[in-house]
Design a protein. Structure first.
Length: 367
């Protein structure tokens, strides 16, 4: 539970991205390009921090990293609630992002050391879906009524309540602190690179769409309250993803489910951006989120099997965040001059490249 709590708090800026983007854009009267650059600053800080601390994962003191990282993230939310200058807010979010990266590296070390990483990451995704759905129900109402200040305060109080759970990570992990990392060799390094590239191509469209999914709903003509409910519904249905993986385990391997889910994501994005109505927004978000959750679980489980010390899982999380950081800038630039349906060709090319990388792994993901 402690490792799961670390990842929930550490990944919270990415999980809650739609309403952070929306409230900052409205609260500071920003265009989409500027908003994208602000949130990207935090995601870049998160990813670089996760890469750095992930490389030092065997030297990290779990207790200290849990406290320091959580303090940086939670205090960052509270401080931002009282900031009226966008550049100061950008700086605070960057510092908070470093704390998030520390929590991500620590959390992956805990879960990757487990005996059954499929079930460990399924449990993580399950709790993220439950807490995220409940929180986004609330966030939609808070954002509509109180703007970014009330939203950041709500974030801070929520993760302050979750924080004590992170302290349980130290007992479990301290007993495993001397585990040996996997041996490095050229073929394994090549495989790691292919997997990381596949995740990057998968994360760019996912991160960009997630960042602007609230704005997409607004453009369609949906209220923020209804948007919050749609996103929450998609996360609640996403709860079925870890339940499914929990029971399936590696019975059908990992490569085959990942390929199927990437195809589902392609179909979902086409449906959302071609139809541009409430029904496509609801159904497309639900199927996209479900397939996304299944993909993430199997990819992280494969990473844990290939790298039990948690390094690869941490690097993959960081690669996802780095892609999500660049995506809002790229998407914001496009959306400043064009409409949402114009994103579709870029999304499809990126996911197809991800599929190509998965095929290149041959049967390595199933070992």
């Amino acid at each position: 539970m402690g490792g799961v709590a670390l990842l929930v708090i550490g990944n919270s800026p990415a999980t809650l991205l739609p309403f952070i983007v929306g409230t900052l854009e409205d609260g500071f009267n920003l265009n989409k390009q500027t908003t994208g650059s602000v949130v990207s600053t935090e995601l870049i800080a998160m990813s670089l921090s996760a890469i750095f601390f992930g490389s030092l994962v065997n030297k990290i003191n779990i207790s200290i990293s849990s406290i320091v990282g959580s303090f940086a993230v939670i205090s960052g939310y509270f401080i931002c609630a009282f900031i009226n200058e966008i550049e100061i807010l950008r700086l605070v979010r960057a510092v908070s992002g470093v704390g998030s990266g520390l929590l991500i590296a620590t959390g992956h070390r805990v879960l990757s050391a487990s005996d059954n990483p499929e079930r460990s990451y399924a449990a993580f995704t399950f709790l993220v879906s439950i807490t995220g759905a409940c929180f986004l129900f609330l966030a939609g109402m808070v954002a509509e009524e109180g703007g970014y200040s009330s939203l950041f305060k709500t974030f801070g109080f929520t993760f302050l309540i979750i924080f004590p759970l992170t302290l349980f990570a130290k007992t479990k992990l301290d007993s495993d602190i001397n585990q040996q990392p996997g041996k490095s060799n050229p073929s394994k390094n090549k495989l790691f690179l292919i997997i990381i590239l596949g995740v990057i191509f998968f994360a760019i469209p996912s991160g960009g769409m997630w960042a602007f999914v609230e704005r997409l709903g607004v453009e369609i003509g949906i209220s923020q309250y209804e948007i919050g409910k749609v996103i929450a519904y998609s996360l609640l249905v996403g709860v079925l993803a870890p339940v499914l993986v929990w029971f399936l385990g590696d019975r059908f391997g990992r490569k085959r489910p990942i390929i199927i889910c990437l195809i589902i994501i392609i179909i979902s994005l086409i449906y959302i951006l071609k139809s541009m109505n409430f029904s496509s927004y609801l159904v497309g978000n639900i199927t996209w989120n479900f397939a996304y959750m299944v993909t993430v679980i199997f990819v992280l489980a494969a990473a844990a099997r290939l790298s039990p010390d948690g390094k690869l899982a941490s690097w993959l999380n960081a690669s996802t965040l780095l892609s999500q950081a660049s995506a809002p800038i790229f998407f914001g630039l496009i959306l400043t001059n064009l409409s949402f349906p114009n994103l579709l060709p870029y999304l499809l090319v990126s996911i197809c490249l991800s599929l190509f990388c998965i095929f290149l792994t041959k049967n390595q993901l199933d070992k």
